[in-house]
Design a protein around this ligand. Structure first.
Ligand code: NAD
Ligand code: KPL
Length: 304
């Protein structure tokens, strides 16, 4: 059986590693530094709370510098950490190494795929939800789906069976970039406005003109990237997500309010830089990007 190396023991890393381990699959955590490894050993393992029940999973952990080969790597870091984190373990890649990139947005996956072309890179678009209680304890907060795909190879890997046995919901798609672009467009329409208006998703109903202007530009970007069918339904999809998540605070809102770095570069930043690259004018997205960066500056948070 191939070991699942899980790089990053945050919310999604804990969620994935715990489910794989409880199915009896070999899992190895890779933690970022000796202090964190020592904290992990003191905690005794990962804790996952699901439906009010908490279980402990005593999964082995190591640092990047360990010397065993890596055949399958689940990268569960934030988009802005992913490439550096992979660089720390890349010397351990076996010839047939495969990576699964769980990052939201776009840009970080392409950076990893182009820097390590010999490793097969699968991109994952996840709508599951988890948050970290503290140290190595996460709570599974929202059922969802994990779309997996490889932009360079439409063949599904045989080890998807591992996800079946671990009851990790998943679907193989031959258009993972379309999935990621669609989620990016939803996140760009909703998340920055919730930060700027300091509101829940549902309160964006009060800003229909701003939403329409953003949806028009995001739809044009989807068309330019080869997704006319996603573009056609975008405004309706945004309204549907706003209704379905009306009482929630967006993930970007939560990051800003918790004083955490956002993934802005891989969401709005990626939308604006892609538009600039192809010569598409997106004044509302550019303006939103600048306003969000100004707000991040004021709060002392990184603007990228
Ligand atoms: P997180 O911040 O909870 O966890 C990231 C972990 O990576 C942290 O523990 C951090 O210490 C670790 N890390 C960073 N650099 C490292 C390194 N060099 N070596 C080892 N570990 C390192 O983040 P998360 O919420 O799990 O999100 C991960 C990705 O998944 C993000 O792109 C996020 O947008 C996406 N996502 C999250 C959720 C969710 O519900 N949490 C849902 C969908 C998508
Ligand atoms: O994914 C989201 C997020 O908060 O990041 C939704 C709920 C779709 C809002 O964009």
């Amino acid at each position: 059986m191939t070991t699942w190396h899980v790089l990053g023991a945050g919310s999604l890393g804990i969620l994935w590693a715990s489910r794989l381990a409880r199915a009896g699959l070999p899992v190895q955590l890779i933690l970022r530094n000796p202090d964190r490894l020592s904290d992990y050993r003191n905690a005794g393992g990962l804790r996952l709370t699901e439906n009010g029940q908490t279980h402990l999973y005593r999964i082995p952990a190591e640092l990047a510098q360990a010397d065993t080969p890596i055949r399958r790597l689940l990268v569960a870091c934030k988009a802005y950490d992913a490439e550096n984190a992979v660089a720390q373990v890349a010397s351990r890649f076996a010839a047939s190494c495969e990576t699964l990139l769980l990052q939201n947005g776009l840009g970080s996956q392409q950076a990893v795929a182009s820097r390590w072309p010999a490793a097969r890179c699968l991109f994952v678009s996840s709508t599951e939800g988890a948050y970290r209680q503290n140290g190595f304890h996460a709570t599974f907060a929202g059922q969802g789906q994990n779309w997996l795909g490889d932009p360079n190879d439409s063949t599904a890997p045989a080890w998807l069976e591992d996800l079946v046995s671990a009851s990790i919901p998943h679907r193989w798609t031959t258009d993972i970039l379309g999935r990621l672009w669609h989620k990016l467009a939803l996140n760009c329409a909703i998340n920055p406005l919730t930060v700027l208006h300091d509101c829940r998703n549902g309160e964006l109903r009060a800003h229909p003109q701003a939403l329409d202007a953003l949806c028009d530009e995001l739809a044009a970007l989807l068309v330019a990237n080869g997704y006319p069918e996603l573009a056609a339904g975008l405004a309706e999809d945004v309204r549907r997500v706003i209704e379905a998540t009306a009482a929630n605070y967006s993930s970007m809102y939560q990051d800003v309010h918790a004083g955490r770095r956002t993934e802005i570069t891989y969401l709005l930043g990626h939308a604006c830089s892609t538009a600039a690259l192809i010569g598409l004018k997106v004044p509302h997205l550019d303006g939103l990007h600048r306003r969000l960066q100004t707000l991040l500056d004021r709060r002392g948070l990184p603007r990228d």
